[in-house]
Write a protein that binds this ligand. Structure first.
Ligand SMILES: Nc1ccn([C@@H]2O[C@H](COP(=O)(O)OP(=O)(O)OP(=O)(O)O)[C@@H](O)[C@H]2O)c(=O)n1
Ligand SMILES: C[C@](O)(CO)[C@H](O)COP(=O)(O)O
Length: 231
């Protein structure tokens, strides 16, 4: 069965959503936790599906919740749902394996970045379409950053001018992401890291403050406030 949005779209979006949400505290898998009266994943998929370039969405769900996630998202958008793995990287690999023939641009987008706007999906996809093999949205680091030792003593001050905080969606030419996952040795925290290991150049585009990752209770509180603000 196909699960297509825009049949003219050239983008598939993989949504790893199988994380436990340990840092958010007790309450079940993070992607299914409530945000503004709806599960976080509903907000994520609604925004991804509103991006005109998106043809296919594949969600990697907590293995025990695959059927429930499919039922939850059916009224939101046509999606494929696969069981995720024990690590984020395994979840992305499982979703990648389920992408049908067609889309040549693949984005990977955390369910936990539930308020990333459709315009960010489009800008990352556009940069891949324009010729980049790999694209990440980034924000400048606004705090002074120190390197410290294991005892909590400062070793030095890092030059933050060359540092960036990395968000999702991250975008890739399909063959590049497939090669990166096929040759992945260790588990990394993002897909661009796997691509870097292949020696592929990764392009940065401006990120968006609403694409914050909901990791701790404070992040969830910020996201609730953002939802209450008029567009
Ligand atoms: N085995 C895993 C682990 C994480 N993720 C997903 O990867 C994204 C980024 O992960 P993070 O925010 O760190 O989520 P958790 O792993 O759930 O967080 P924690 O480490 O606090 O448990 C999330 O959308 C999460 O659902 C996943 O699909 N499969
Ligand atoms: C992919 C990611 O969102 C980029 O910032 C992040 O690396 C994944 O989250 P984690 O909490 O570092 O596992």
């Amino acid at each position: 069965m196909t699960a297509q949005l825009n049949p003219c779209g050239d983008v598939a979006v993989l949504v790893p959503a199988a994380g436990a949400g340990v840092r958010l505290g007790a309450g079940g898998p993070k992607a299914l936790r409530q945000l503004g009266g709806e599960p976080m994943l509903v907000h994520t998929i609604r925004r991804v599906a509103a991006a005109p370039s998106v043809r296919t969405i594949v969600v990697a769900a907590p293995p025990l919740d695959v059927e429930a996630v499919h039922a939850l998202l059916a009224p939101v958008a046509p999606v494929l749902v696969v069981p995720g793995g024990a690590e984020r990287q395994e979840s992305v690999a499982a979703a990648l394996a389920a992408v049908p023939v067609g889309p040549e641009i693949i984005l990977v987008h955390d369910a936990a970045r539930a308020l990333a706007p459709p315009s960010l999906v489009e800008s990352v996809a556009a940069a891949v379409r324009a010729g980049s093999d790999a694209v990440i949205p980034v924000l400048p680091v606004v705090d002074t950053v120190k390197e410290v030792d294991g005892d909590g003593f400062v070793l030095g001050t890092v030059d933050r001018a060359t540092l960036r905080a990395v968000q999702t969606p991250q975008g890739f030419r399909r063959s590049v992401l497939a090669a990166a996952h096929a040759s992945a040795a260790a588990s990394l925290t993002d897909d661009a890291g796997l691509v870097e290991k292949l020696g592929v150049r990764v392009t940065c585009v401006p990120g968006h403050e609403h694409a914050l990752k909901i990791t701790r209770p404070f992040d969830l509180a910020i996201a609730e406030l953002l939802l209450e603000r008029p567009a």
